[in-house]
Write a protein that binds this ligand. Structure first.
Ligand SMILES: [Zn+2]
Length: 441
């Protein structure tokens, strides 16, 4: 697929050179970053390249005038205070101007010496200090996305003095490039609400396809992404997913945002593991649950694993909230024992002008993931999961009653079956009882 291939190659070479550049040259920090090249606007105009100017950017392009192209400097200017705020910088301290090139006919730019000398054959995008280049893209969304992606690289390199290792560099550019642009207002770091809102972006589809093929990436694999080599869309998708999870989940956010102080540290990944040390197990559990259910509109806050049930009534009775993702019951099940789990109570599984009542067996007029909407699901959070035990990736259907015989010891976690994008219109609780079934002799 031509478009797919384009995006596969998009940032690959870009990053390879950016990273190599950073490895061999001292980091250009803030005011020390070299200024962008001089561009002779008259000579460019004579060659069919026009200049679009914003407060923080000069953008040269050979594309004809259209609203979506002509407003790009306004998009870039709108991103500056958002990036500054994200990285906790004073907007007034953002030094100097950025210089961008949006290219349809590469020859025109080559003839004027406006391509990056060290990477004239970059595929879709490339950033170096205050300068960046992007090749025209097939959707307005994805053109803006690519500009914001490369812009994030340029911003981090020049304002933070570095951009971290490959996974963080690309993940941040994807996180802060994934945006909503509506009525002149920019929001970055969004979870796309739909495929239609982000044409040609496709990161969620890549992950869903990998899940269907049974090939999820563990966190360790994401951390090893080396952008000095050619990357493809899978690398962008998985690095985006990890940064989106870390930034969007309350339990992980503060640590994640503190990592910016290590962007120039070669031991960044060690710092990362140290930072999350006490939460490493929870992070891996949340990652497994996240990638298994990832979808447009995924509600990271509501889907955050709750370490406690909504209410603990007694040693064997708890309540589970219908408007949350996985909730730990606090019950540690032992391998080889049998347990009966019973559930009752009426709750709300949707609201479309009127509430949809539901019970723990779910409603069979609508399904999610092949199971009745609202049905109670169970997983065992185990340090050493056994094949066949219900897990966050492959939960078991509990409904109003089930008997479970875990092969591995772990904490029973429960949630109702619903789209991770649609928990906001749920309400109420399910009352759960746990009973140990004595072994018969
Ligand atoms: Zn990149």
């Amino acid at each position: 697929m031509r478009l797919r291939r384009l995006s596969i190659c998009s940032f690959a070479l870009t990053i390879a050179f950016v990273a190599i550049g950073l490895m061999i040259a001292p980091l250009a920090h803030a005011a020390n970053a070299p200024p962008p090249r001089e561009v002779d606007a008259k000579r460019a105009a004579a060659a069919g390249i026009r200049e679009l100017t914003g407060q923080h950017i000069r953008l040269f392009t050979d594309l004809p005038s259209s609203p979506a192209v002509d407003e790009l400097p306004a998009v870039f200017d709108a991103a500056i205070p958002l990036w500054a705020k994200y990285f906790d910088l004073d907007e007034n301290s953002i030094h100097g101007q950025f210089l961008g090139f949006l290219i349809s006919d590469r020859e025109k730019f080559a003839s004027l010496g406006l391509l990056p000398e060290e990477n004239r054959d970059f595929v879709n995008g490339y950033a170096r200090n205050r300068e960046f280049w992007l090749v025209e893209q097939p959707s307005d969304y994805y053109r803006r996305h690519l500009m914001l992606h490369e812009g994030t690289h340029a911003f981090m390199q020049t304002q933070l003095g570095g951009a971290g290792p490959g996974w963080y560099m690309e993940g941040m550019a994807e996180l802060l490039g994934t945006h909503r642009w509506q009525d002149g207002k920019l929001t970055v770091g969004v979870m796309p609400a739909s495929k239609e809102a982000t044409p040609m972006w496709g990161r969620i589809k890549v992950i869903r396809d990998a899940m269907k093929a049974g090939k999820p990436w563990p966190i360790e694999a994401v951390l090893e992404v080396d952008n000095r080599r050619q990357l493809d869309t899978e690398h962008y998708a998985w690095t985006w997913a990890l940064t989106a999870l870390l930034d969007g989940t309350p339990a992980f956010r503060e640590e994640f945002r503190s990592l910016k102080q290590h962007v120039a540290d070669p031991a960044f990944n060690e710092k990362f593991k140290e930072t999350y040390g006490p939460k490493w197990r929870l992070l891996n559990q949340q990652w497994t649950a996240f990638v298994a259910q990832l979808d447009y509109g995924y509600d990271l806050e509501r889907m955050a694993i709750a370490l406690q049930p909504a209410v603990k009534r007694s040693e064997t009775e708890v309540s589970i909230a219908a408007d949350r993702g996985w909730q730990a019951t606090g019950w540690k099940l032992e391998a080889g024992q049998s347990y009966r789990i019973t559930a009752q109570g009426q709750f709300q599984i949707a609201y479309d002008g009127k509430p949809w009542p539901c019970e723990p067996n779910g409603v069979t007029i609508e399904y999610h993931d092949g199971r009745p909407l609202g049905a109670l699901l169970g997983a065992i959070a185990s340090t050493k999961p056994s094949e066949g035990d219900p897990s966050f990736a492959k939960p078991m259907l509990i409904g109003s009653e089930a008997v479970i015989q875990p092969k591995s010891e772990g904490v029973l976690c429960l949630r109702v079956n619903d789209s991770p994008a649609k928990l906001g219109d749920n309400a109420g609780t399910i009352e759960i009882t746990l009973e140990l079934i004595p072994a018969t002799k």
